[in-house]
Design a protein around this ligand. Structure first.
Ligand code: BGC
Length: 414
């Protein structure tokens, strides 16, 4: 269906629910397959069904979504795009430029999205002057999760500086506990790296390096210090870290095999799905340093043929930004709502910390897009950085060499 037709169907549906001429259906590509993620996406499936929709699930396992993006490209190239796709940040713009996204402005305008979404989030959902994606949440990336009992029985407080983190990790290691639960997959290496980078470089340094790709910052002494800390992190993971899924690393923290995990708050979704309570079983804190790295999950609608599918896209977009969904989904997912008008009364202390820090960072100019989760850079640039991060983490490369390689990789990716 072409954009104009989609808009026409949308307009009809918006004027009167009873005038629906088609039965909404949607094939939905996403990578929410862990325990907490599956529970969360089920909320959307149920709401879609309750509103007359037929959902065709296309889950592509693999944290961070790399495998999902490969599957998406194959589907689009074969001329058979899924109707709705979990897509984020600049990747939305990249697909828009390929001319394959549907315009969902009709529903965005009818539902008043501009009034209920912060401008920074709305900006990611707009392609030129049309709406091209619907935001689900705000995930924070720069978190440390910890097993409360393990810290207590080892006399360790949640670290507030990297020196404290290293001292705690050394102590835990001496006691036979894996300090850092980690899965050696490129996107997880990148997740730890950007959290360390935010802490070590500070918000301005992070922005210069990973938003502006400023060469002087990429090759600075600060960046050498970031890689030095990454070398320490490598020493704090267990021998079997290679290839481990992120949720299995979270499980290591849950069962006390490891003390800490540095991961976005989808990890909280895992703790909650396993019946663990924040402040009691597990602890959350932002990584040492200032700032807030945001990662907004969203769905873009791809141009597809058929009124049923167009209706499905319309319904899905409307539900996703709906107040009820934003609350229930995010209670499960570990994130906070993208909408500003959802009460947080039922949310836990970690979510409140996230919301408070997000507001303060927004005021203070330290609210920053996550590079590791595709919010800051286009794929070529973020991929180039991650290649270096992973190469360094999995070898004995010096920090000085890593920094040199980083600047070269970024320059070559332009
Ligand atoms: C997504 C989260 C997801 C996580 C792990 C992130 O990039 O934004 O929604 O839970 O990857 O798969």
């Amino acid at each position: 269906m072409k954009r104009s037709m989609f808009a026409a169907v949308s307009a009809v549906a918006l004027t009167s629910a009873t005038s629906l001429v088609a039965e909404p259906q949607a094939e939905v590509l996403h990578w929410w397959t862990s325990g907490g993620e599956a529970k969360s996406v089920a909320v959307l499936q149920e709401e879609f069904a309750a509103n007359g929709g037929t959902w065709t699930d296309m889950p592509v396992a693999g944290g961070g979504g790399d495998a999902a993006m490969t599957a998406l490209r194959a589907r689009v190239l074969s001329g058979n795009a899924p109707a709705a796709v979990q897509l984020k940040g600049p990747a939305i713009q990249e697909w828009y430029e390929e001319g394959v996204l549907a315009d969902i402005s009709a529903v965005a305008e009818a539902e008043g999205w501009a009034k209920v979404l912060p401008a920074s989030i709305a900006g990611h959902m707009m392609c030129e002057d049309t709406w091209c994606a619907a935001p689900v949440n705000v995930h924070r990336v720069d978190w440390i999760w910890a097993n409360a009992d393990v810290l207590e029985s080892n006399g360790i407080a949640m670290p507030t500086t990297w020196d404290e983190f290293n001292a705690a990790a050394d102590k835990l290691q001496a006691a036979g506990i894996t300090p850092l639960a980690h899965g050696g997959q490129a996107w997880q290496d990148a997740t730890v790296f950007e959290a360390v980078a935010l802490g070590v470089l500070g918000p301005d340094g992070f922005r210069k390096a990973f938003v502006e790709l400023d060469e002087a910052t990429l090759t600075s002494d600060g960046m050498v210090a970031v890689f030095d800390q990454m070398r320490k992190m490598r020493g704090y993971v267990d021998d079997n870290f290679s290839g481990r899924d992120w949720n299995l690393a979270t499980a290591m923290v849950m069962n006390g095999e490891a003390a800490f995990q540095i991961m976005g708050d989808w990890a909280k979704g895992e703790f909650l799905a396993a019946g663990k309570a924040p402040g009691k079983d597990f602890l959350c804190a932002s990584v040492p340093g200032e700032g807030f790295l945001y990662n907004v999950d969203s769905f873009a609608m791809f141009e597809v043929d058929g009124d049923d599918k167009a209706e499905g896209q319309l319904l899905l977009a409307k539900l996703i930004v709906g107040q009820n969904f934003q609350k229930v989904f995010n209670l499960n997912k570990g994130s906070i709502p993208a909408r500003v008008d959802v009460a947080l009364d039922d949310f836990d202390s970690c979510a409140h910390l996230s919301a408070d820090d997000m507001a303060a960072s927004n005021e203070g100019g330290s609210l920053l897009p996550s590079y590791a989760h595709g919010m800051a850079l286009r794929g070529a640039q973020s991929g180039a950085i991650t290649d270096v991060v992973t190469a360094h983490f999995n070898s004995d490369m010096s920090s000085a060499d890593a920094v040199k390689m980083l600047a070269e990789a970024v320059a070559n990716s332009m």
